[in-house]
Design a protein around this ligand. Structure first.
Ligand SMILES: Nc1nc2c(ncn2[C@@H]2O[C@H](COP(=O)(O)OP(=O)(O)OP(=O)(O)O)[C@@H](O)[C@H]2O)c(=O)[nH]1
Ligand SMILES: [Mg+2]
Length: 299
């Protein structure tokens, strides 16, 4: 982080991270904060909730708000709630980071830019520059973006390779109001361990399973008790249909075992202590289109 000039005023505020699915919003949040608080995968629509990641520096506190990818496919009530959380986040905050893929601006990106409220302080992050074959593709993209909104800055970055992140933080800091920190120095998220435990399980399902099961699955934590240093966690994965339950369990439960083992490793790293994790799989037909169930599952 940059050296603080003596007497530089402390700044603090929220910055919502928005964009179409799969552009790297959650990866960006994690690398800005330096901890994995939001789950990521190669598949679109991995993030389903607003998740806050907090970075406290000497001269500023950034409260980043990760959001679901704004989308029009996979129509369901769950999708409606995901999109609503994006528009709500845009209404709530003064500073916005719009994430796009470097080298191409798609109609879905333009749909996100069209959601921006007038008068917001917006910075564009052109992500995945490590994948760009021709660096000169950035300039025409910047020229194409400039007339779409009065952006405060357009910053090329690679979230994964941590390139351009200081420049991005610098551009954002300038837009935050001068005010005291909202969160304590050690806080990295506003989400509790229960939520994070469920998300880590969901991430492994997104990463390890094919194209169907991840979109039909949700995770609930039935029990979360701390016994000394040990966290004892009972979780249930709900899927839409019987055949999905069979796929998720795998032969002799081997697939589910791999998911649970990998999720447990993430939990132990973030929570800093041993975890006992038991995961069950149950069928809850139509949960993604049932308002009562969606609310019960925390959407
Ligand atoms: N090469 C490269 N890949 C990246 C970079 N940032 C993210 N990715 C990859 O892009 C994919 C999507 O990343 P996510 O962070 O899950 O994307 P997202 O925008 O949060 O996606 P949704 O939550 O589904 O909207 C993952 O496979 C990431 O590893 C980057 O800077 N370079
Ligand atoms: Mg995400």
């Amino acid at each position: 982080m940059t050296e603080v000039a003596a007497g530089a005023a402390f700044r603090c505020g929220y910055a919502a991270i928005v964009g179409r699915p799969n552009v790297g919003k959650s990866t960006l949040l994690n690398h800005l904060v330096g901890e994995k608080v939001s789950i990521t995968s190669k598949k679109a629509q991995t993030t389903r909730h607003r998740v806050t990641g907090i970075l406290t520096a000497d001269d500023a506190q950034f409260i980043f708000v990760d959001t679901p990818g704004f989308q029009t496919k996979h129509r369901s009530r769950l999708n409606d709630r995901m999109n609503r959380s994006v528009t709500q986040s845009l209404g709530d905050v003064g500073v916005v980071v719009v994430v796009l893929e470097a080298g191409r601006t798609t109609p879905a990106d333009r749909a996100v830019i069209a959601l921006l409220p007038p008068g917001a302080a917006v910075v564009v992050a052109l992500n995945k520059i490590d994948r760009l074959e021709r660096k000169d593709a950035l300039l025409p993209q910047m020229a194409e973006l400039a007339p779409l909104y009065p952006f405060a800055a357009i910053v090329p970055v690679s979230a994964e390779k941590e390139r351009g992140l200081d420049a991005l933080r610098g551009a954002l800091r300038a837009l935050l109001p001068e005010t005291a920190a909202v969160f304590g120095e050690d806080e990295i998220t506003d989400r509790d361990e229960r939520f994070l435990a469920a998300e880590f399980i969901r991430e492994k399902i997104f990463r390890l399973m094919g194209e169907e099961v991840p979109y039909s699955a949700t995770v609930a934590i039935d029990q979360f008790v701390q016994e000394g240093a040990l966290r004892r966690i009972h979780a249930t994965v709900y899927v839409d249909r019987d055949n999905q339950k069979a796929i998720l369990l795998g032969a002799g439960g081997a697939q589910m075992k791999e998911i649970a083992t990998k999720a447990r490793a993430d939990m132990e790293r973030l929570f800093g202590g041993p975890v006992f994790l038991e995961v069950w799989v149950r069928v809850k037909r139509g949960w993604a289109d049932d308002d009562k169930m969606l609310t019960r599952f925390g959407y």
